[in-house]
Design a protein around this ligand. Structure first.
Ligand code: FE2
Ligand code: FE2
Length: 295
């Protein structure tokens, strides 16, 4: 649906971003998804993917944060949407645990540290972190699927989790703008500066994960983009950025045009691609788009 875009911070805007989130919630249970049987080679590949522990940890922490913040939200419709988001994150944890158990993946236990006392700020940091993780994750997911690293049926089963993260990002971006507008920051430039600051924090946090990963050797502690090169032959940063841009656009295009979209990361990725002059998309012989990896 595309119509007159509601004023950011208005009741109409709140109704739009909450209702589009609540109304697009899907009913399913992870154990009922069509998980494929894997041959020994594929099973070994799946088990050697180094980030399952990080994925599980991220979902568990997401639950903790949203469950802490949602009850403090005064608006009943926004609170209902956030409680539904927590329910989806709990289902993500069940999905990852099911995958780990079904395919015999070995991970080390990892505790969630206590949350900081400022739950609103923690939720906002978490939201920007999801924006960064999703932007990169959608691109990785596309490249991994196209590489044939695992059977397509495995990506089909995991697609439902990716699809829900798109909704979480859209909800967060709109909630954040609405939340700021209620506090007097109605100007897009002012909100943009705040976003840039939070994105910088989220990217720094992700860089911290990558740096820690450089000190660990596999076995699921953390995962960095550089490790993807080992998982997917032909992987390059230019190809990844092109895939991220295309996948984010494709996934977000499925939702109401009147919702605000994340803009900073795609803009930065486009600048990076233009600067390097590498990466892009071309048509394959079968007509499907394919990532062209720069060097
Ligand atoms: Fe999640
Ligand atoms: Fe999420």
């Amino acid at each position: 649906m595309a119509g007159r875009q509601p004023t950011v911070g208005s009741a109409e805007h709140r109704q739009l971003f909450c209702r589009s989130f609540i109304d697009s919630h899907l009913q399913f249970e992870p154990a009922q998804l069509p998980w494929p049987e894997l041959d020994p080679t594929m099973l070994q590949r799946l088990r050697e993917v180094p980030f399952w522990q990080e994925v599980l940890y991220t979902e568990m922490r997401a639950i903790r944060i949203i469950e802490a913040f949602a009850p403090t939200v005064p608006d009943p419709l926004v609170r209902e949407a956030m409680e539904l988001m927590a329910e989806e994150e709990r289902r993500h944890e069940r999905l990852v645990r099911h995958l780990i158990a079904r395919y015999g993946i070995v991970i080390e236990a990892r505790e969630i540290p206590p949350l900081p006392s400022d739950v609103e700020r923690t939720f906002i940091d978490f939201g920007y972190g999801e924006c960064v993780d999703s932007f990169l994750g959608f691109g990785f997911f596309r490249l991994a699927r196209e590489s044939g690293f695992l059977p397509p049926e495995m990506f089909d089963a995991l697609e439902i989790l990716m699809g829900e993260e798109v909704r979480h990002v859209l909800f967060f971006v709109n909630w954040m703008a609405w939340h700021q507008a209620l506090r007097g920051r109605r100007a897009a430039a002012s909100r943009g500066l705040t976003s840039a600051w939070h994105y910088a924090r989220a990217i720094a946090a992700l860089a911290g994960v990558a740096a820690r990963n450089a000190r660990h050797q596999g076995n699921g502690r953390e995962f960095s983009a550089t490790q993807a090169a080992g998982l997917m032959p032909g992987f390059t940063m230019g190809g990844l950025l092109a895939a991220c841009l295309e996948e984010n656009r494709r996934r977000l295009d499925a939702y109401d045009r009147d919702l605000l979209r994340p803009r900073l990361l795609p803009a930065l990725a486009r600048v990076a691609l233009a600067f390097t002059g590498r990466g892009g998309r071309r048509k394959r012989g079968d007509g499907r788009a394919e990532v062209r990896c720069g060097r």
